[in-house]
Design a protein around this ligand. Structure first.
Ligand code: C2E
Ligand code: MG
Ligand code: MG
Ligand code: MG
Length: 284
């Protein structure tokens, strides 16, 4: 009886492994087709200056609505793209949309900033900085309007290739941000060595800070450290008024999260921005 149960468990496990890798294989082929047909989308999530309530920019997030599976999370399809040699195309697609948005949403004395996520693999591509420079020129966007968000794994990846590329991007004048800060193999010393201007505190600490002493301590420590290095601090995953209040009280610069807005398709973001701005004019 026991053996039978165990066996059943193993079979279920194997079956789930099999369907998982089948899904992955299917996704890889479908992703190729989606890229060919330009079916991936980009959604935009506002970043808000916590001292003024004003919009400071948007993070551009890849979205894929699969014909059979429905929305597939970037947490799932980005690794598939990376394993199947499609990440370069995907990144350039997102970058293109980001630069179109930066240009369309800028105003005379108020340039729109856009942030794009980069995987270490993209950053290790020696031709990447040149392609970024060419895109900036083509879309007529100032380098300072573009931020690349990199995760801490960059610091433990192939640094001999990554660091020169980071330096070249920095020389171009684009901004660099460390994403999901506090979750990886962060060596605090890297913050000083890398040409970064911003850190984004991972949402798990932000979400925990109103109830958990440890999370609150981490958020405060990151703020402290960032001040020493003159870095801008973004709190991601702001979901409640209470979190917002606490972040503002301790002097966090920028907030991003569903409390302000979910990531939105372009047209809906434009409408959201109008509502925000009409609120400001009519406000106290
Ligand atoms: P990330 O760069 O840390 O992006 C923030 C994630 O948090 C997004 O998930 C966003 O939708 C989610 N989020 C924002 N506000 C809230 C909130 O208040 N509560 C909660 N629970 N979540 C919130 P998303 O869009 O699913 O993206 C997941 C990750 O996939 C991103 O994490 C990023 O690492 C990666 N990713 C997305 N687009 C791209 C891309 O174009 N290229 C690369 N290389 N990676 C991407
Ligand atoms: Mg990000
Ligand atoms: Mg993040
Ligand atoms: Mg994340």
């Amino acid at each position: 009886q026991v053996a039978k149960n165990l066996d059943g468990g193993v079979q279920t496990y194997l079956a789930s492994l099999e369907s998982e890798s089948l899904r992955r294989l299917g996704l890889a082929a479908d992703l190729r087709r989606a890229l060919d047909r330009d079916e991936l989308e980009v959604h935009y999530q506002p970043k808000i200056d916590l001292s003024t309530g004003k919009l400071v920019g948007v993070e551009c997030l890849a979205r894929w609505n699969h014909p059979n599976y429905g929305p597939v999370s970037p947490a799932e399809f980005i690794p598939v793209a990376g394993d199947t040699g499609q990440l370069g195309r995907l990144t350039m697609l997102v970058l293109r949309q980001a630069l179109v948005a930066a240009r369309a949403w800028s105003r005379e004395d108020d340039p729109m900033s856009v942030a794009v996520n980069l995987s270490p693999k993209t950053l290790a591509d020696l031709s990447f900085p040149d392609r970024v420079a060419a895109y900036l020129a083509e879309f007529e966007v100032e380098p300072s309007q573009l931020t690349f968000e990199i995760t801490e794994d960059v610091m433990v990846s192939d640094r001999s290739r990554l660091l020169p590329n980071l330096d070249r991007l920095h020389e171009l004048g684009v901004q660099l941000s460390v994403d999901d800060f506090g979750t990886g193999y962060s060596s605090l010393a890297y913050l000083r060595r890398l040409p970064v201007q911003e850190v984004k505190i991972d949402l798990r600490f932000v979400q925990g800070m109103t109830t958990d002493e440890g999370d609150r301590a981490i958020v405060r420590a990151v703020l402290d450290l960032a001040r020493h290095f003159s870095l801008t601090v973004v709190a991601e995953g702001v979901e409640s008024a209470m979190t917002l209040e606490e972040l503002t009280a301790i002097g966090c610069d920028i907030g991003q999260g569903n409390y302000f807005s979910h990531p939105l398709p372009a047209e809906r973001f434009v409408a959201w921005r109008e509502t925000l701005e009409s609120g400001h004019e009519g406000g106290p």
